[in-house]
Design a binder for this molecule. Structure first.
Ligand SMILES: *Cc1c(COP(=O)(O)O)cnc(C)c1O
Length: 388
């Protein structure tokens, strides 16, 4: 008997501890963990530097109110701004909070310049921005919103890749376009660089804001610090979360000066957001993953992994339909049943997770070793062979 609500379809497996890319189950089996808490544990399990950081800080100071200055947060915000397009940062605790805060910033900006009716957010149909009330309606997914009415209004939707539908949906009341640079839950669908460039141009022309949700694809996951970086596009607002805490719950909204000017005292707040313990952990993660050499490594190992996976696709065209993604945010779109495939990988001690469109999501830690990639490829090969 479990006293937990049944809102998750949990696999019958639990873990005692983890180390790097590996998880050790309570029934004493060793798994290669290519889920990593869904792109959360950027540095794998129990990274020595993170263990040390959290141990040291836990003896000093965990939490103070945002009524006071928090130097650890100042430090992390500065690092994020120096590394990216952003001029200002507002800390939260999760992805959904970050995307909702991003929406608040966009609306408040137009309010602050005397255009309060310009408040609608245009999103991709069946995208994912979190599970809070506004975020589920932002996602425009029937499944996620079912039974949670009344509808939170203020969101419009266009179809991924349909540029005509996108243009048609922009009205005089549109405040912002909000898209995931790489759709995660939606099936690892990458917005190509040229589309990002066009998207920015469109936003400029219509004088609306561009919000790029990098909660899953950001923080070095794509091989660049942000997945949009290579396009040279500068968004106005970027919510982040998952990877920045390395397993500690941290969310944040990055923004430019223009929109940040609307966030005057009293406009937003969070009791826990940006507390000293979280910020100290965030600083350590940031120092490691924003390093040029680290990012280059992610790119190199990603190239190797994609090469190996493409070989498997050639070997098993009846099993693997497509390989999607960028960096270490990888999706295998299957011809065969996703659930069965994931189960077989797990039976062979490789953990992966589903995404929409019959995709198996593969999310190694960003410091994954080549021999661990080889091990995963071997297991995927074996499962393809069995199911072929
Ligand atoms: C996971 C995710 C969220 C929500 O994050 P939570 O921490 O679960 O609230 C929002 N946007 C994207 C793109 C995500 O992948």
């Amino acid at each position: 008997m479990s006293y937990l609500t049944k809102n998750y379809n949990r696999k019958k497996i639990s873990f005692k501890y983890g180390k790097g890319s590996y998880l050790y189950s309570t029934d004493n089996k060793k798994y290669l963990d290519f889920v990593q808490g869904i792109a959360v544990n950027s540095l794998g399990h129990a990274h020595p530097k993170l263990v040390k950081t959290i141990a040291n800080q836990s003896k000093k100071l965990w939490h103070v109110s945002n009524a006071f200055e928090i130097p650890e947060g100042e430090k992390l915000a500065k690092k994020l701004c120096k590394k990216t397009f952003a001029d200002f940062v507002m800390f939260q605790n999760s992805g959904a909070e970050a995307t909702e805060a991003a929406i608040k910033v966009a609306r408040r900006y137009f309010y602050s310049i005397g255009k309060p009716k310009k408040n609608r957010i245009l999103c991709v149909k069946n995208s994912f921005h979190g599970r809070t009330l506004a975020a589920i309606y932002a996602s425009g997914s029937k499944k996620m919103t079912e039974g949670f009415g009344p509808k939170v209004t203020g969101f419009d939707h266009f179809t991924f890749g349909n540029h005509e539908s996108l243009k048609k949906k922009i009205t005089k009341n549109t405040a912002a376009i909000m898209v995931e640079t790489i759709m995660g839950e939606g099936g690892i669908k990458v917005i190509p660089d040229w589309c990002l460039v066009e998207l920015r141009k469109l936003c400029n022309k219509k004088k609306i804001l561009l919000i790029l949700d990098e909660v899953q694809c950001g923080i070095a996951r794509s091989g660049d610090f942000f997945a949009f970086e290579n396009s040279k596009v500068k968004p106005d607002i970027v919510p982040i979360a998952k990877g920045i805490g390395g397993g500690f719950p941290i969310g944040a909204v990055l923004m430019n000066k223009k929109v940040a000017s609307a966030m005057i005292p009293g406009t937003h707040g969070s009791t826990f957001g940006g507390n000293p313990l979280a910020m100290t952990v965030g600083n350590t993660v940031m120092d490691i993953v924003s390093n040029k050499k680290f990012l280059k490594n992610v790119k190199n190992i990603s190239k190797y992994f994609f090469f190996k996976l493409n070989n498997l696709k050639k070997l098993y065209p009846n099993i693997i339909k497509n390989i999607r993604g960028k960096g270490l945010l990888i999706g295998l779109q299957l011809q065969t049943d996703q659930t069965k495939f994931i189960k077989k990988l797990m039976d062979n001690k490789l953990l992966t997770i589903r995404a929409a469109e019959n995709v198996v999501r593969i999310l190694p830690p960003l410091n994954v070793k080549k021999k661990e990639i080889n091990q995963a490829v071997k297991i995927i090969n074996k499962v393809c062979k069995v199911l072929n």
